[in-house]
Design a protein around this ligand. Structure first.
Ligand code: GDP
Ligand code: MG
Length: 163
């Protein structure tokens, strides 16, 4: 069985776009509306000349425990718990939000190895975007632009080093 990498983060940070970049597919629904990805969506990343790994895209974690958003959050937590590695995806344009803080709290509880992925850094000072999340204390931080496929190979290398 392939090792499993879970994409976790609040709605709209670009998890599904990253899923597509990693799996080179258009399977994941990408949408401007938060909450489009409600179920877990599995794919495989097959980097050239490197080991393959499975990727699971999850719905955004919207914070509520009731209704559909709650069900989506539970799915995301279940995906993180079964994963060998979590990619905690955040939005480099918007910076750290209280929802990111909340996700970080339960991610720490799952105690899965985690890489912080600062997405949407196209046209941004990537270092400044990453600095906004410095207080999260991650040793493994990668800046990417999923939409422009920038930093994806670097992210794959970081992920493989943790698998
Ligand atoms: P999800 O809710 O976390 O799965 O986010 P989506 O992948 O659906 O993306 C949400 C929005 O962010 C869409 O409008 C994407 O086109 C946009 N987006 C995703 N990745 C990037 C990126 O690297 N750069 C920019 N500028 N926009 C992005
Ligand atoms: Mg999505």
């Amino acid at each position: 069985m392939l090792p499993l990498v879970a994409l976790v983060g609040r709605p709209n940070v670009g998890k599904s776009t990253l899923f597509n970049a990693l799996t080179r597919s258009r399977d994941a629904l990408v949408h401007d509306q938060p909450g489009v990805t409600r179920d877990r969506n599995y794919g495989v990343c097959r980097p050239e000349g490197k080991p393959a790994f499975a990727v699971v895209d999850t719905g955004g974690i919207a914070g509520e425990d009731e209704g559909l958003a709650g069900a989506t959050a539970r799915q995301a937590r279940a995906a993180a718990e079964e994963a060998d590695l979590v990619l905690f995806v955040v939005d480099g344009r918007e910076g750290a939000s209280s929802l990111d803080d909340d996700i970080l709290k339960w991610l720490r509880k799952t105690a899965r190895p985690t890489v912080l992925v600062v997405n949407k850094t196209d046209g941004l000072d990537a270092q400044a975007a990453m600095n906004d999340f410095a207080r999260y204390g991650f040793s493994d931080v990668v800046a990417v632009s999923s939409a422009h496929r920038q930093g994806i190979d670097d992210l794959i290398d970081h992920s493989l080093a943790r698998l």
